[in-house]
Every structure is written in C-alpha cells, then in structure tokens.
Write a protein that binds this ligand. Structure first.
Ligand code: GDP
Length: 592
C-alpha cells in the first residue's frame, strides 16, 4: 500500500547566518509540541510532525486559513545544514531534497556562500523559501518569544518596520540580479513566480511559525505528488556518510526515500571502483526520547525501516562506499544484476573520463563531485576528467595532456580532498597547478585568476615572437652617413621600431636596422613620437634607394600580418593597426 511521506528539507546559506540555531529552534519547538511516543529522531534528520506545527502556530494557521488543508504528515529536516549534505542528497537527474530553506542574515544580505547555495539549489531544481534571519537585530524591534512574524510586525513602531522594509527591499534587489523574483511572503501573489521571504529570528523564535506554514504551502503546491508517494517494495535511498564505528566496523548513514529496508537485505551501493554489494547485519535508529535515559545509550536496533527514514546501516561490504552513492535494496537475487547496472550507470554519469580538453576535478564524495562539475559547466569551464578521491599520478599525466591544447587546462581542482605528497611533488615538477579548498566558489575564483594569468603570459609570449608594425620618417637635414651603413635621424610616426627589423619603402625592402640611438645612447626600442638616430645595414644609399623626408615601414612577414589581423588585433594600438594596413597596401601595389 502506498502512502505519502514527509518532504525532506535542507537548510542552506552563508556561514554564521544562523542555520544551526534555526534548525535547533525548529526541532525544539517540535519536541515541545509533539504527541508523546511520536518518533521525531532519525539518523541525520529530525521529524517535525504537522500536528506539532499546528499546535505551535495555531492562530497563524487560522489567519492563513490553512487548518484542515495540509495533507503532508510533517517535515523531515536534514540535521546537517550546508552544501556538502545538500550535494550528497543527490539522485539521478535531481535531488532527494524536496525543499530548501536559504537562510540569509537580514542585516547583511546574500553573501558569497549564500549565492553559491542559491546556485546549487537552482541547479538541482529544488523549490525553496528564504528565511531572512536575525530579525531581532532590526533597530527598535520589540521581540516576543515565538510570536508569528505577521502578528509581530503589526505591533512595531513605524521606524522599526521602515528599517525592516528597507532591508527586505535590498534583499529583493540582490536576488533579482540572479534572476529571482522574491517578496515578503504575505505579499506574494503568485508562488509559482515569486520566492517567499520569511523574516525570522532563531534567537527569539519569531517568524518560525510563519516559516513552517510557508514551507507546508510550498510543499503541497510545488513538490510533485509522485515524489512524496512511497511504496512498500525494496528500499531506495542515498548514502549520506560512511564511517568506522567502534565495535561495529564500517557503517553507513543513509536516507531511505522509498520502500522498506530490512535486516538481512542485500543492498547495492557504490565506491570508487563502481557498484558494490553489502548484506545488512543491523539497522540502527535513535531511541524514542522517552526511553533515552542514558546519553551513552541513545540507539536501538530495529528489524526494518520504512520510507522516509534516516538510518544507520551496519553491513558487510561497506568498506570504500562513498557518500552521495545511491542505495538500492534487492529482495531477490534475480534482481541483483539489474540493480548493479542501475547503480553503475548512475555513477558513470557523475564521473567523467574523456580525452577532451578541460580541467581535472577531484572531490571527496559523489555528491560534491556532481555539484562541482555542474558548477564548472554553468560557468563554462570544460572538464576532462572528474572522479572521487585524492588526485593520482594519472591525473597529473592527464593534466599535462590537457595543457597541450590549452595552457589554462593544466590544472587539478581538488574539492575537500587531501593531496598525496608524491602527487604534489610530481605536479610541481611537471608545472601542473593544484587548486584545493573546501568552498566551491573560492576554488573557482582562484582558478579564474590563475587561468587569466596563464592566458596573459601565453599571449605575451606569442606576441613577443611577432614583429610589431611601425612607420618612420627620415628627418630632413639629419643624414649622418650616406652608406655602409646608412645613419640617419628619424621620427617614429606610428608603432615601434627595434634593432633587427627590416625597413621597406613603397613596399620594397631597403635594409635592416642595426642600432637605434637616443640622445647618443643605444636603446632597444623607439616608439611613436620618438626622434632617434638609426643605422641601416644593407645595399642601400641615401640619395639612391632612400632620401630625406622618406616614409619607411617595418616589414611584417605575411603569416605574421595574418596573425595580427585575425587573432591578435585587439593587442595592437590604433596607430599600429593603421601602420600595418598602410604597409600591406603598399606591399600589394609593389607586387602587382
Ligand atoms: P550557522 O553558521 O549559519 O549555522 O550559524 P549559527 O546558527 O551557528 O549562528 C551564528 C551566530 O549567529 C551565533 O552566534 C548565533 O547565536 C547568532 N544567531 C543566529 N541566529 C540569530 C538570530 O536570529 N538573531 C541573533 N541576534 N543572532 C543569531
């Protein structure tokens, strides 16, 4: 028989905006208002029953006319806020998370990781609401514990409300830069177009009632009903964490979003090498609060869990399983090959192995890897290889190959993984850059900066190999020597001249500049506006091939002229472009 499960809710946002405290407040409220005996604790998440919300938010439920209209059983809040948990709640083509709360500090706006959270949430297509937290910090705000925001705002001095509105206005403007239309939740007319902003305080509990009711409304309207439907068949879930537990061996904390998981079941999940089977020895859940006497003795073994559940799985064969991996239970051996195939396919969609040019990506879990690659793609950075676990020697080799096509791809981006010292050493000696970190946008920013530097250096190097255009005039009255070599005073009319360049007159070569002297001293270059003396080597004599007042151009070989015109034109100044065009025109008519 099918039933409807509670939606999974993840809390996201910049550091210190109040995610942890907000979760604590919500959980505390739920514990205070729940029915006795109701299980509110899972492994890794907490159940907030709708009845508890209704009791807690009573008058607001009536004001918003929600009584009797909510059919979701409650909410399952993921206990760990932030990117990593959200990323690991992955499933093929989307997210296990049904809803997200993007928490922002109302006094400081979105901030870096707020923006990154927003992008992550959007990239997985998860509906979300915004909690504009720290409402109690609004100057002049009068707090009453746990009061719904709608009632609180009616009871404030005008200047406190004005400050609040100004802050919300700023936030709305900031969000609009990311293509998000938002408004204070009680002013939202169309929830399918606008994201609701709920002012909250995790300290005083104000606005928490509003937040929970808005979540309920958004859940019922925007989570596809099929997604909340659970069956009774073999479990489907996702691995959130894998760790060694004393006395138990390797255990996996998982979230089961569909079906049932039983002691003795075979599960298929995945590690670095691909799909992996394990046999469930024990299923562990927290004890109901009433039975929890000794804090040391918080857990109990159960025979079976039903979706939705957060459960600790003790099983043989969990070594090497990676967070973010899918989990499929199989009840009949016949189904095993199919489960392995499904998991294998899913994993191969996350990993990338190609010979395309692009960066190398490493991340600690399947979830963070998928998020990192998605993020890079959105920013237009191609990926050659992506895998979980620390970088290897092979990665360095791949990066060297990728660099051949584009120097800005000679890099390994390492998210939340340690770099083995010998790999680090090899990277350094091969000139491969490793950028590591725990915050995606920082890694990305560092990569951008580095790739820009590399590009600039590469271009400088290319440009230094090309002859720059130039145009000079022999100054009348400044012929110092007529031949062998010619020495004349010239004015640079456009571009630059350097020793070694060939000069042409009317498209024909006259000789090479040997030396340039400025005020009696040799110089390496003369630029537009300079007046200098030059010596010209070649079969040339003043009065024959050249004369006073003549205009001469720097000879730019055909293939270099093409490079300038078609590839590097933006690196030429206007006077240089003009000199090049004149030179080419004269060449053409001379050779016709
Ligand atoms: P997180 O990093 O987002 O999980 O933030 P925390 O929940 O750890 O909160 C960071 C700091 O902000 C702590 O000192 C909290 O006490 C404080 N804080 C969180 N929420 C509020 C709030 O609503 N009002 C005020 N005044 N302080 C808050």
């Amino acid at each position: 028989m099918a039933g409807v499960r509670s939606p999974f809710v993840v809390v996201m946002g910049h550091v210190d905006v109040g995610k942890t405290l907000l979760l604590d407040k919500i959980r505390g409220t739920s514990v205070a208002y729940r029915e006795p005996g109701m299980i509110t604790q899972h492994i890794g998440m907490s159940f907030v029953p709708w009845q508890a919300v209704e009791k807690f938010a009573g008058p607001l439920v009536d004001r918003l006319r929600l009584r009797g209209r909510i059919w979701i059983p409650g909410f399952l809040f993921i206990d760990t806020p932030g990117h990593a948990a959200f990323s690991n709640l992955r499933k093929r083509g989307g997210s296990v998370a049904d809803l997200a709360i993007l928490v922002v500090d109302i006094t400081s706006g979105l901030e870096d990781q707020g923006v990154e959270s927003l992008k992550l949430i959007q990239s997985r297509g998860v509906p979300f609401v915004i909690a504009a937290n720290k409402l109690d910090r609004i100057y002049g705000w009068k707090s009453v514990e746990n009061r719904p925001f709608l009632f609180a705002v009616e009871d404030q001095e005008w200047h406190a409300v004005a400050t609040l509105e100004e802050r919300i206005g700023k936030l709305i403007e900031e969000l609009s830069k990311f293509g998000i239309e938002a408004d204070r939740y009680d002013r939202v007319r169309d929830f399918s177009k606008q994201v609701p902003i709920v002012p909250t305080s995790a300290v005083t509990g104000e606005g928490i009632a509003d937040l929970l009711l808005v979540l309920a409304g958004v859940s019922q309207r925007f989570i596809p009903k099929e997604k909340l439907q659970v069956g009774e068949g073999p479990a489907r879930g996702v691995v959130m964490e894998v760790k060694e537990e004393r006395g138990l061996g390797v255990v996996a904390d998982a979230i089961i979003y569909d079906g049932r998981l039983r002691k003795g079941d075979t599960i298929v999940t995945a590690g670095l090498e691909g799909p992996k089977e394990a046999k469930v020895r024990m299923l562990i859940m927290p004890k109901p609060l009433e039975e929890m006497r000794d804090p040391e003795d918080r857990f109990m073994a159960v025979e079976e869990v039903k979706a939705a559940a957060g459960v600790r799985i003790v099983a043989d064969g969990l070594e090497g399983v990676v967070a973010g991996a899918p989990l499929l239970a199989v009840w009949s051996l016949q189904d095993l090959p199919n489960a392995r195939r499904l998991v294998g396919e899913e994993i191969s969609e996350i990993k990338i192995e190609s010979d395309r040019e692009g960066v190398i990506v490493r991340a600690d879990t399947f979830g963070t890897l998928e998020s990192t690659v998605l993020f890079l793609r959105q920013q237009g950075v191609p990926v050659r290889k992506a895998d979980v676990g620390p970088p290897t020697h092979k990665d360095v080799v791949e990066a060297v190959l990728s660099r051949r096509k584009n120097p800005a791809f000679g890099v390994i981006l390492a998210f939340n993984v340690k770099i083995p010292p010998d790999v680090e050493k090899e990277a350094t000696s091969s000139g491969i850059k490793i950028i590591r970190g725990e915050i995606l946008y920082r890694i990305f920013d560092e990569y951008l900066k580095w790739s820009q530097e590399v590009r600039t250096k590469t271009i400088e190097q290319i440009l230094s190999q090309l002859t720059r255009p130039g145009k000079i005039q022999i100054l009348p009255g400044f012929v110092f020597r007529r031949s062998d070599p010619v020495i004349v005073g010239v004015k640079v009319l456009a571009g630059t001249i350097k020793p070694g360049v060939t000069l042409v007159k009317d498209g024909r070569e006259v000789g090479k500049i040997m030396q340039i002297q400025k005020q009696g001293k040799p110089v390496n270059e003369a630029a537009v506006g300079d007046e200098v003396a030059i010596s010209i080597q070649g079969d040339v004599m003043v009065g024959r091939q050249i004369k006073e007042g003549d205009v001469l151009y720097v000879y730019v070989p055909d293939e270099q002229a093409r490079e300038w015109l078609f590839k590097y034109k933006q690196y030429l100044r206007d006077d240089e472009k003009k000199a090049l065009e004149e030179f080419l025109k004269a060449r053409k008519s001379a050779h016709q």
